[in-house]
Design a protein around this ligand. Structure first.
Ligand code: FRU
Length: 508
């Protein structure tokens, strides 16, 4: 007999799915080329994995409201990483256990015995968050039908250290030691722990890492992956750990460590030790998650973050949904003169959304002047590449302004070599006093040229500076009116050597 609650959940799942398909996706602030749920609350991306022609994205989801609660795993699939199809909720909260963040793998060798070699199980490894006691443990669920239906493992939990805060398992297959590796957060101790397993069901503790880097807030949602270091012939391991609060722009943030992992211990490179490396310098990049079994031709990984900040996430003025993900980004490492750093680039697949294209010939902006293109009014769904020779200018930058006077300002300050993002007049800002207004990050122009690649989508801006060496992710809430662009130069002239804009088509 199906229990009444289960029946309600099934009916709710069906109705959520119908709403999803019926939604117009034209609401104010609705991203047009970023993933967002049709309705209700979303936080961290979870369980990103590729299986038989489909990319799976799971995410922290409240099926019952637009604030955090009743955490379950929402689900969507894509065949191109650009267009997403909503599927019913994959894992529901049940028996006082919420489904917190975690990862998913395809168990090709059927090490769990949940499937067969011919039909390998997709296995989700998530944190069970108990609502009736202070306890978090690690659990499994599996699917034998391409993620369409899920069964929670009857032997759950598979890892219980009797701890109140012990969460967000990211599991990878470690080729060299031929075992599953789990990295997860011990948030209040600013540590991550590593465990090993042959079958995903029995786990041995291998080591711990931390405290290190930024410890101004709790540690959550670690990631571990190996990538080639561009400019060398070696590979390195990236250990990414989220921090909340204490991020570079206030509130939530994402830091990373570069080093080596031998199947037991993560050893940080001496050159990257002793300082904090941020994956993104804006306020709206958190809980980033990478595809478990996807690499690009260059051996890089692909990740997406929750484009929000716990400081104000539950108050952002969107309805009937709350939160979206960043665009999928290719993430790698590169050797620079002063060390190895993370680089991020928009995935190439996004180029298929490019439509109307405008290319401007190089031009100079005189001292204290402001350049405006003819007939350029842009609704907020576009991609832009700008390269600028700063020359003698003390300040140079871009202003996007609409007819209500709302503006977004991106300024390069020569004296301090900083790129500053100003959203103080960008529209709705007073929904939460912690919605910080201005952020800056050190950016050194390469050979005098500042290169910015921007993705602007209704209520978000992602900036990739200097070929992805720096990324800045910001939410803004302006009226849905076309924006005018102007480019200014103060204290001296500067030169725009490249300016290209593409309208981007909606993915919905
Ligand atoms: C990070 C986080 C995770 C947790 C999840 C709960 O944003 O706090 O640590 O698993 O959200 O929704």
């Amino acid at each position: 007999m199906i229990k009444k609650t289960a029946l309600l959940l099934i009916l709710f799942g069906i109705s959520t799915c119908l709403v999803a398909q019926d939604a117009t996706y034209k609401e104010q602030y609705r991203p047009q080329f970023h993933f967002s749920p049709a309705i209700n609350w979303m936080n961290d991306p979870n369980g990103m994995v590729y299986y038989d022609g489909e990319y799976h994205l799971f995410y922290q989801y409240n099926p019952f409201g637009d604030k955090w609660g009743h955490m379950s795993w929402g689900h969507a699939v894509s065949t191109d990483l650009v267009h997403w199809e909503h599927l019913p909720v994959a894992l529901y909260e049940e028996n006082n256990v919420m489904i917190f963040s975690g990862s998913a793998v395809v168990d090709h060798q059927n090490t769990t015995g949940f499937g067969t070699i011919d039909n390998p199980p997709m296995v989700a490894i998530y944190t069970g968050h108990h609502t009736d006691q202070k306890r978090q443990d690690q659990r499994l669920a599996y699917s034998l039908d391409k993620g369409r239906t899920w069964k929670k493992y009857e032997g759950n939990p598979v890892l219980d250290e009797q701890m109140a805060d012990f969460r967000d398992p990211k599991v990878i297959w470690h080729e060299e030691s031929e075992q599953w590796i789990m990295v997860l957060a011990i948030p209040l101790e600013f540590k991550v722990a590593f465990y090993g397993s042959d079958d995903l069901k029995n786990w041995n503790k291998l080591s711990e890492f931390g405290p290190s880097g930024a410890v101004g807030g709790i540690w959550e949602c670690p990631l571990l992956f190996e990538v080639p270091v561009d400019g060398t012939d070696e590979t390195k391991w990236v250990l990414q750990v989220d921090l909340n609060p204490g991020g570079p722009a206030g509130g939530s943030g994402s830091q990373y460590f570069v080093g080596d992992f031998d199947g037991i211990t993560f050893v940080q490179d001496p050159t990257s030790a002793g300082r904090t490396l941020w994956a993104d310098h804006g306020p709206d990049f958190y809980a980033v998650h990478s595809f478990e079994n996807v690499t690009t031709d260059d051996g890089n990984h692909i990740w997406m973050a929750w484009m929000n900040n716990w400081d104000y996430a539950q108050d952002i003025p969107t309805s009937p949904w709350r939160s979206s993900m960043t665009i999928p980004r290719e993430v790698g490492l590169k050797q620079y003169a002063d060390g190895i750093y993370l680089t991020q680039q928009p995935i190439k697949e996004l180029r298929k959304l490019r439509s109307a294209h405008r290319v401007f010939s190089p031009f100079t902006i005189s001292k204290n002047d402001r350049w405006k293109p003819d007939e350029w009014r842009q609704s907020l769904s576009f991609e832009m590449i700008i390269e600028l020779d700063v020359n003698e200018a003390t300040e140079t930058g871009l202003t996007f302004k609409n007819s209500s006077g709302e503006e977004i300002q991106i300024t390069y300050l020569s004296a301090t070599k900083e790129l500053q993002f100003d959203r103080s007049d960008s529209g709705e800002t007073d929904f939460n006093e912690k919605f910080s207004k201005r952020h800056s990050v050190s950016v050194i122009p390469e050979n005098g040229s500042l290169k910015l690649h921007l993705f602007i989508d209704a209520s978000s801006i992602e900036i990739f500076a200097n070929e992805g060496r720096i990324s800045i992710t910001e939410r803004v809430f302006p009226e849905a009116k076309p924006f005018d662009l102007s480019i200014f130069s103060k204290g001296g002239e500067s030169m725009v050597t490249r300016l290209e804009v593409w309208n981007l088509a909606s993915i919905w």
